[in-house]
Design a protein around this ligand. Structure first.
Ligand code: WT7
Length: 568
């Protein structure tokens, strides 16, 4: 029996109060997500149940019960409070997927502060713009990443505390640095959890747009309602499950469904802090008897490439439910997974801004491989015309995905950017910025993004950020960044550049530029190819025509080029 039972019956009888009742929301002593994910579960008699089963890259294994999570998050919260941090201060988490990352997430929430998780592979520039935008007061990090923080310190006057969780005493601490060692700290049994209300800010995730700096997506504690119920009904988590969300908590999947969802349900989750390989992943599933697996299309395509034979070497019989998110999931991948694992990957669609799953293939519902599925009960979704924002006929043409605002996990703002936030709403709809179509049975089919943002391996990269970074190199005069097709990652970053006088195109120049971007921004933003050109196509007003280069890479019709400068 699945948690959702019948999708159609749920649709008819739906109200978000279902989640509120299950969570005893109105009577709860606090609405704090930190409390919901640890203290409440202990109080329900599960304090000895494993909450986190963790394996590191060197094979170290650690296991923590819900009571351990409660104590660890209390202890971290207490440490932060003693530093003078308080509610609504921004505290950044800049760590690999180590246990401290998960506990700190709840610890920051427990003092009422806003948790700002950032992907630890980010370079100094990526880190800097996000901390500067949020005026982040403290960052919790590891020795291996502290160098990046030190390099931006002069430009970061608001950053008061750099907390290192694995200090080894070998090198002296520098200005503003302080050590926190979880294992050596006295566990804090009783902690005064900050009494947030439903609209108190909780999580701040940064996401990239086509233009401008990345935007801070502000969520509130009430998001729990959506995250709890979607985890229960879409991911179908049940009490005896062993759940594995492969996403890093630097991204929203890793927090909404890699912390809040499973732990608010009191479900055991497993985390692997190790690079991807088919062997590593299958071994992990076998060793820990993973039953529910939430992953992403790039990983699934990589597993497909690793082949069917390797699957047979492992006992994967514990698996019972698979889901995917982040980028288009090809029909072939769904069919393949059904063939080799005996289970299809169910596609889910949502965004950093939506905070929780919006459209998905539900357990027990007939799936259509290649389709994202149907809206979650309580979510009103449709396809609207790209200009009038009026709903299109069903079945109909390609248009923009649109949702009626007002579900619990919806972002409440972009940090200090009300204007861009408002621009996401048209004609009473929230417009995520994706094109899709609806079939006659109400299934959504993804078509593409409605902007120039590149989705590489499920991660959004702003062409603007990469272009700006390219201009900082000593070699590049002008740049245009687009996506190009890739078998595994769907899209990868490609840069077209003109060089400054004195520089010549060569593999060495290409490598130098690539490395610069990797260090400054991140490995994801690094162009996989740099094409050296004599000039870039521009409009009469001098704007680089990315659209043209994009069409060229994808072998598409170029369309209207009448504004091209060359045609003047
Ligand atoms: C964008 C959001 C929240 C998930 C992690 C990514 C694309 C997401 C799908 C899907 C096709 C998808 C959209 C969306 N996307 N899921 N199932 N099929 N595209 O969160 O970084 O905010 O990216 O990812 O373009 O707008 P994000």
């Amino acid at each position: 029996m699945t948690n959702i039972g019948s999708y159609d019956e749920r649709l008819e009888a739906f109200c978000w109060s279902i989640a509120e009742e299950e969570l005893d929301y109105s009577d709860a002593e606090t609405k704090n997500i930190g409390w919901y994910c640890s203290d409440r579960i202990c109080r329900m008699g599960k304090s000895g149940k494993p909450a986190l089963i963790w394996e590191g890259h060197d094979g170290t294994m650690k296991q923590y019960t819900f009571n351990d999570v409660r104590l660890a998050s209390n202890t971290i919260g207490n440490f932060l409070k003693n530093l003078g941090l308080k509610n609504e201060d921004r505290v950044c988490l800049f760590m690999d997927k180590i246990p401290e990352l998960y506990f700190s997430f709840l610890g920051v929430l427990k003092i009422g502060a806003i948790v700002q998780p950032l992907f630890s592979a980010f370079g100094d520039e990526s880190l800097h713009v996000r901390l500067a935008n949020a005026e982040t007061k403290a960052i919790i990090t590891q020795r291996k990443h502290v160098g990046k923080v030190r390099r931006i310190l002069d430009q970061s006057p608001y950053l008061k505390h750099i907390i290192i969780v694995d200090y080894d005493g070998k090198h002296p601490l520098r200005e503003r640095e302080i050590v926190f060692n979880l294992e050596e700290s006295i566990p804090v049994e009783e902690f005064d959890i900050f009494p947030v209300n439903t609209e108190s800010p909780s999580v701040l995730h940064y996401t990239s747009g086509t233009t401008g700096q990345p935007k801070g997506v502000k969520h509130v504690h009430y998001s729990l309602i959506s995250q709890y119920l979607t985890t229960k009904w879409v991911l179908d988590l049940q009490d005896d499950d062993r759940y594995w969300c492969t996403a890093d908590p630097g991204w929203v999947t890793g927090t909404s469904y890699g912390i809040i969802g499973p732990w608010s349900l009191g479900v055991t989750q497993c985390v692997l802090d190790k690079g991807f390989s088919a062997e590593n992943w299958y071994q992990f599933i076998e060793k820990y008897n993973i039953s529910v697996w939430y992953s992403a299309p790039t990983a699934i395509r990589s597993l497909m490439k690793a082949g069917d034979e390797i699957v047979k070497k492992y006992n994967l019989s514990s698996l019972r439910h698979l889901a995917s998110v982040g980028e288009p999931l090809n029909a072939e991948a769904v069919i393949w997974s059904e063939k080799v694992y005996g289970l299809p990957f169910l596609d889910t669609y949502w965004q950093t801004e939506t905070g929780s799953i919006m459209i998905s293939n539900f357990p027990g519902m007939p799936i259509r491989p290649g389709s994202m599925g149907k809206p979650f009960p309580g979510i009103v979704g449709t396809i609207v015309n790209t200009k009038s924002f009026e709903p299109l006929e069903i079945p109909g043409d390609i248009g923009l995905i649109a949702f009626k605002p007002g579900w619990p996990a919806m972002m409440r703002n972009y940090w200090n950017n009300e204007e861009t936030y408002q621009s996401k709403f048209k004609n009473g709809w929230y417009i995520p910025g994706d094109r899709a179509r609806l079939d006659s049975d109400g299934y959504f089919w993804f078509v593409g993004r409605d902007d120039d943002v590149i989705n590489t391996a499920g991660h959004l990269v702003s062409p603007f950020e990469v272009e700006s970074a390219l201009l900082e190199t000593e070699q590049v005069a002008e740049s245009a960044v687009v996506s190009k097709p890739d078998e595994i990652n769907m899209e990868v970053v490609k840069a077209f550049v003109t060089l400054k006088p004195g520089f010549t195109p060569s593999p060495d120049t290409e490598l130098k530029i690539m490395n610069y971007i990797r260090k400054k921004l991140s490995p994801l933003a690094m162009p996989q190819e740099i094409e050296f050109v004599k000039s870039l196509p521009k409009t009469r007003s001098g704007k680089i025509m990315r659209r043209l280069l994009h069409a060229q890479e994808w072998g598409e019709e170029i369309g209207d080029t009448s504004t091209l400068e060359d045609e003047d």
